[in-house]
Design a protein around this ligand. Structure first.
Ligand code: PAZ
Length: 300
């Protein structure tokens, strides 16, 4: 239904190497992050996009790495990225100074005031990179996202319950099948566009077939808080996975509910914590890594 993008085979190999490189001992998490893009024409002029910035995924990746997980970071091209996300919106060139003196000419000095903590962040980033603990994989379109998620699940199937799926990406519910997609730019003179189909839910094959032993977390975003929990429960019942992290668009940076079949736990940042730049992802990841440990101990 969704054509296989050309680079999927190559990425599959990288994922298999990544799974093997870390042996069977360690835990791995596949984080999906950012929004998918759905083309409306095959020679694409326009597409349906999704609002997600990728902040939740990028920030969570850092906390998973700090907790000892190796991370496959399946993210939308140009969405926020672990570590470097802290410096987007900053003009890096403004914080650098080229030394022109005779002896040290060509060296570059970094303004420590402009980039607080850069040495700390750089040290951690380089350590993670050197240890090969972070495998970044990019997607653009919905089709790329779906194929790469399947490839990641298959690559990690050998480690069973040590694998976690943290599905924070905002995935389109609608698409135009290739056989119905107009080749050329759609003309408004042809009237309103009524050719979208529903995207099949990937959670179902992920949980049932691709990674049946893994610990799977989906995210549920709503704009109307009154339907949030009911939608989260419905997702758990339909897909039979372990956890839903439920959030509302406007409050998602400071409030989420971690929902399982038997429990619901609110994670809230106080005003003071927000002032101190505590991140809700720190709380989410620590809640879920603990739940993952319990899940693993029940599987043996
Ligand atoms: O990427 P971001 O930090 O701007 O937003 C995160 C989020 C709201 C996309 C994520 O928390 C989420 O709820 N993802 C699932 C969205 C959905 O229900 O499709």
């Amino acid at each position: 239904m969704f054509a296989v993008p050309s680079h999927v085979e190559e990425v599959k190999k990288l994922m298999a190497e990544f799974a093997e490189h870390h042996g069977s001992a360690g835990r791995r998490v596949v984080i999906t992050s950012g929004g998918t893009k759905v083309p409306l024409e095959s020679r694409t002029v326009r597409f349906l996009d999704n609002f997600s910035s990728g902040r939740r995924g990028a920030s969570s990746a850092k906390y998973f790495l700090d907790s000892g997980y190796a991370v496959i970071f399946l993210h939308r091209h140009r969405s926020l990225y672990p570590y470097t996300r802290l410096y987007t919106g900053v003009n890096l060139l403004d914080s650098l100074q080229l030394v022109t003196g005779k002896e040290d000419a060509g060296q570059i000095l970094v303004d420590q005031n402009a980039l607080p903590n850069i040495a700390k962040v750089l040290k951690r980033y380089q350590a993670v990179k050197a240890a090969g603990l972070l495998l970044p994989v990019e997607f653009n379109t919905l089709s790329e996202y779906l194929h790469l998620l399947k490839a990641a699940a298959q690559a990690l199937s050998s480690i069973g319950s040590k694998a976690m799926f943290y599905l924070a990406a905002a995935v389109s519910d609608f698409y135009i099948p290739a056989y119905e997609m107009p080749e050329h730019k759609i003309q408004s003179s042809n009237g309103p566009l009524q050719i979208m189909k529903m995207v099949p839910k990937m959670l179902s094959p992920l949980v049932k077939d691709w990674a049946p032993k893994a610990f799977v977390i989906s995210f549920k975003l709503e704009t109307d808080p009154s339907i949030l929990l009911e939608r989260a429960w419905r997702a758990l019942e339909t897909y039979n996975h372990q956890t839903v992290v439920a959030n509302v668009l406007d409050t998602r940076r400071g409030y989420v509910v971690v929902v399982t079949k038997d429990t619901q736990q609110e994670l809230v940042l106080t005003d003071e914590e927000v002032q101190k730049e505590v991140e809700i992802e720190d709380r989410i990841v620590s809640n879920l890594t603990e739940a993952h440990s319990e899940f693993m101990s029940r599987q043996v």
